[in-house]
Design a protein around this ligand. Structure first.
Ligand code: SF4
Length: 242
C-alpha cells in the first residue's frame, strides 16, 4: 500500500547551497563564529555557503566538494548519514552513489520522495579513503547539523549508521536500538542502519526495509498529535472569550 504523504501544503523547493562562493577565503576564527551562531536571519543557504568554504577540520584539505545536504527546507523527515563518499565528494550532493540509489528505493517504498525529505551527514566533507569520521571532525562539524535541524524543524530525524546514531544515542548499539523511535526534545529520532551497510550485508537489507516502512505511521501519529493539540488550543481560546 502506498502512503499518501501529508506534505501537499508544503513547497517542494530544493536547497543545494550557493556554488558561486566556492573558494572564498574565510579565516578559521570568522568561520568558527559563524558555525555556532544562532542568528535570527540564519538560513539553509547560509549554512551551505559556510560549509562550502569551511576550514574547521582536517577534512577540508582533501575534499573535492563539501556536501552541505539538500532537500525540502520544510521537510517533515530529515535523514542524517555519516559523511560523503567518493561520488558525493565529486558531485557535492549527498547519497548519490549505490547507497543513495538504495536510499531512494527505501524512501519510495515508504511513500516518500527525495524532494520531500532533507538529507545530510554528520560530517560534510569526505574522510579520505572513506574512513570513519574522527570524533574531533564530528565535533567541529556539529554546529552545521544543529543549525540545519533548527531551521528545518523536522518531525522525525532518521539517523543512518553508527556515527549519526551516536550523536543522539551516545553509548548505544545500533544492533539493539535500530528502528526504535525516541522522543528527543520536540522531535522523534529513529536510529537505522546505514544503507551502505545493508548493501554489503544482505541480512541487513530486510531489516532496514522494515525500519523504513515504519515511517508513514510515525508521521501520521505526529500529524494526529498536532491536530489534537491545535483543537485543544482552539477550545481553550474560545472558552476564554466568555
Ligand atoms: S567536515 Fe565539517 S567541520 Fe570539517 S571542514 Fe568539512 S564542513 Fe568544516
Amino acid at each position: 500500500m502506498r502512503w499518501e504523504p501529508l506534505l501537499s501544503h508544503r513547497p517542494m523547493t530544493v536547497v543545494t547551497g550557493f556554488p558561486g562562493i566556492l573558494g572564498t577565503d574565510v579565516s578559521p576564527n570568522q568561520e568558527r563564529t559563524a558555525v555556532t551562531a544562532n542568528r535570527a536571519d540564519d538560513s539553509l543557504e547560509q549554512v551551505a555557503s559556510e560549509v562550502k568554504v569551511c576550514p574547521l577540520c582536517e577534512l577540508c584539505r582533501s575534499r573535492t566538494h563539501a556536501v552541505p545536504g539538500e532537500g525540502n527546507p520544510q521537510a517533515r523527515v530529515m535523514l542524517v548519514g555519516e559523511g560523503p563518499g567518493w561520488h558525493e565528494d565529486q558531485q557535492g550532493k549527498p547519497f548519490v552513489g549505490a547507497s543513495g540509489k538504495f536510499l531512494s528505493e527505501l524512501l519510495t517504498n515508504a511513500g516518500l520522495s527525495r524532494d520531500e525529505v532533507f538529507i545530510t551527514n554528520v560530517v560534510k566533507c569526505r574522510p579520505p579513503g572513506n574512513r570513519d569520521p574522527l570524533p574531533d571532525e564530528i565535533q567541529a562539524c556539529s554546529g552545521y547539523l544543529e543549525r540545519q535541524i533548527n531551521l528545518i524543524e523536522p518531525d522525525v530525524i532518521v539517523t543512518l549508521g553508527r556515527f549519526s546514531m551516536s550523536k543522539f544515542f551516545p553509548g548505544e548499539k545500533i544492533s539493539k536500538i535500530h528502528g526504535l523511535p525516541k522522543e528527543i526534545g520536540r522531535r522523534l529520532v529513529v536510529p537505522m542502519y546505514h544503507p551502505a551497510a545493508a548493501l554489503h550485508q544482505g541480512a541487513l537489507k530486510a531489516t532496514i526495509q522494515e525500519d523504513f516502512d515504519t515511517l508513514p505511521k510515525l508521521l501520521a501519529d505526529r500529524e494526529r498529535a498536532r491536530e489534537t493539540s491545535r483543537e485543544r488550543e482552539d477550545r481553550h481560546s474560545q472558552s476564554s472569550l466568555f
